[in-house]
Design a protein. Structure first.
Length: 166
């Protein structure tokens, strides 16, 4: 709501919060990870109303289109996992996006995770629960991505949802 007022002959404008601000995302990116292991991501997301969805959008550096995974509320924050990058993948670009129940979106800046050999990355954000049988659902964002996960990522245990064609 916008309020108008006069003070000493000057028109004053004051914005009053109406509960429709975008969510606030706090996320500490990891600088590196290792090939062959899913990448764990968590972010604290708050909103004065209700958070409707939180997603991590990702792609191998140099690819045109992003894919995404949904992040689930895990008590204190929203967490999810990216598919394991393959040996030849050098970097993964990603951002976290949240949408509240009023359809207000917010996203982080784009972060880059360097993919380094085992031992070169001091604290890789390896996802727990990536044992055989744990299915990771990855969604395409564009029909030109086709019906398979990018070859930059290991598709073992990944269920890929192609984008709808119009």
């Amino acid at each position: 709501m916008l309020r108008l007022g006069w003070a000493a002959g000057v028109l004053l404008f004051a914005a009053t919060a109406t509960g429709d601000d975008a969510p606030v995302i706090e996320h500490q990116p990891a600088p590196c990870s290792v090939p062959g292991k899913r990448i764990a991501l968590c972010a604290s997301v708050t909103d004065e109303r209700e958070v409707a969805s939180v997603r991590a959008y990702f792609r191998a550096r140099g690819e045109k289109f992003y894919s995404f995974v949904d992040m689930a509320f895990a008590g204190l924050s929203y967490c999810g996992a990216l598919p394991a990058p393959r040996e030849k993948t050098r970097a993964v670009e990603y951002y976290v996006q949240a949408v509240d129940d009023q359809y207000q979106p917010q996203r982080t800046s784009t972060h880059v995770i360097q993919i380094e050999p085992e031992g070169a990355c001091e604290f890789p954000p390896v996802a727990a629960g990536a044992e055989p049988g744990a299915t990771l659902v990855v969604h395409a964002t564009h029909a030109k991505q086709g019906r398979r996960l990018s070859k930059a990522f290991d598709d073992a245990g990944v269920s890929y949802v192609a984008a709808a064609t119009h």
